[in-house]
Design a protein around this ligand. Sequence first.
Ligand SMILES: [Zn+2]
Ligand SMILES: [Zn+2]
Length: 320
Amino acid sequence: MDLLAYPAQVAELEAIQRILGARPAPPPPLAPLGPPGAGRCVVCRAERARPCSACGAVAYCGPEHHARDARWHAPACEALRRAEEDGAHCRSDPPRGEPPPAVAQAGSPLGGWVDRLGRPPDPGAPADRRSTRWLSRPLTVVSLAERLGWWRPGAATFRVHVAGATPYELEQVPAWRELTERWPETRVHLTWIGPELVGWTAPQGPERLAVSVRGGLYDPALVADLGAPDAVVAFDAGLVRYPSWERTVRAVLAARAPLVVTSYSPWELALEARLLAASGGRHLVPPGPNPFASLAPLRSSTIANAVRYENGWLAAVQGG
Ligand SMILES: [Zn+2]
Ligand SMILES: [Zn+2]
């Protein structure tokens, strides 16, 4: 972890709260501190600090700095505990295991996790966190494609381009079986495109799922070369953080292909939704929470009391 200095962390948390319009809550009860350990105090960086006994994720030099950070730590403590439990750090350690058998059949609506799991997911259960993290990407695509008519019953093919893809996403190829299981008559073509994929080859896909990989930026030349797909997706893209996205966004909108962009956080999405509209994108759904967000919290690498959720929020736009 490469934490920011404490005042900078607090400034970011306050900015997030302003964007969300959240009112400061009364200080909640504090879990006691454990014995001194290897960590540093989040406030003053003193060594041999005492970790929060509830989560073990944030440590303090003593009661004074513990109390000072309570406003930020208390609301994040349980999610940090879950992140520690999952051993989830950034993009390493991808979730594994068999996904639960599908409940919703083709033709029945797929509006959220309840339709897929047959019950509300339990964010407190490690198995549900793992399943939602594993299935979030394919189900985000399948639900929007059905809802917005990008895929229609009886379609022979369905083509998806994943822009700005990472090796981590390639490890999730088996999860994309969700599409072929739900659409038995359709052959799904899935192309992962990204600068991080130079030198990578396509893994073997499940039956009726054709997988290919292109290393490099998804720019106008590549869009022209591959042809317009039924949908383009950019998972947790960070559009406003990486200026190279601008070329990709313009190329996709010019090709009139629907573009789905997911974000870790609502404040990031708010900025991205504005950027997409400014680039000529027409919003197809109100930008907002993704019904197929991962429920597995991941720790921020720069702010001790922040977590993020893969594909937590989404926007879908189209050019023309
Ligand atoms: Zn301290
Ligand atoms: Zn804690």
